[in-house]
Write a protein that binds this ligand. Sequence first.
Ligand SMILES: C[S@@+](CC[C@H](N)C(=O)[O-])C[C@H]1O[C@@H](n2cnc3c(N)ncnc32)[C@H](O)[C@@H]1O
Length: 291
Amino acid sequence: MQRSWRRHQRKQSLLFGVRNAVLPLDLRYSNPMSAEKISHAERIQKQFNTQAEAYAKLSFASEMAGLQRVAGFTKVGQGDRVLDVACGPGFLTMAIAMTGATAVGLDITPAFLAMGQRETRERGIERCSRARGLVERMPFPDAAFNVSICRAAFHHFPDPATVLAEMKRITKPGGALYVLDLMSSSDPEKAAAHNAMEKLCDPTHVKALCETEFQQMFEAAGLELTDTRHAETTYSFEDWITHGGPSVKNIERLRALFQESLQHDTLGLRIWEEDGAIHFAHPGAAFVLNR
Ligand SMILES: C[S@@+](CC[C@H](N)C(=O)[O-])C[C@H]1O[C@@H](n2cnc3c(N)ncnc32)[C@H](O)[C@@H]1O
């Protein structure tokens, strides 16, 4: 076991220098995983393998100008080693590598990793690689990176505290962690309605935390919150539905829930109608944490 872990670490350190590599899935990591969490990870792969192309078409996911702004916000550059946790198609990983930093994306979904690898190669981006693995058991040694970032993924994690602990473990002391995600309302009733609604669109949605829940999780992990930036992500209802790929029955239920919330704010989301179509905004935040 000891020898295979060392071999695995050697393979990882080789990977850092390699452009455009995808490491095969390796489950010999630190935390034991319950069967429940493993089956959630299987659901994640099924959902995102099917919806990969539709997800990547969202400007939120792939529009480089916005992602370069996110990369700029982290102030990373040459000499930094950055892990993009649950990187998905990895357009943010690419934007980070374009700053001069060495960027590695970690994700479990093969379709996203293949897409990221193809896009990175076609764009000629250097110092940008990816690894396949679970964020609850990251296939990297302690303090392997000086910055870790996770965008738009905490709401998919059944055990977000474990993922945060893993981000802390693989980030060097003195380094920085960035957590960016959508949030639910601080009103528990609206938050519950919002989360139930999200699951109708995407069955792998677990829970969008509210701001206080994020803050409590950071404190429990022993991480110092140094900055919080609030931002909304806006969607048309139709684009958002396309990214999730729900059944026709669920689309009708979702439409009814949005109409109800338009009248009574049951979901705690900003929703509006424009030219006969529904639009809405996910409230979100970027949290900056000191390791
Ligand atoms: C909504 S996508 C976000 C992708 C990317 N961070 C972005 O900003 O576009 C969520 C990603 O989390 C990944 N994911 C969810 N749970 C995971 C887990 N337990 N281990 C690894 N990846 C996971 C999915 O495969 C998917 O790529």
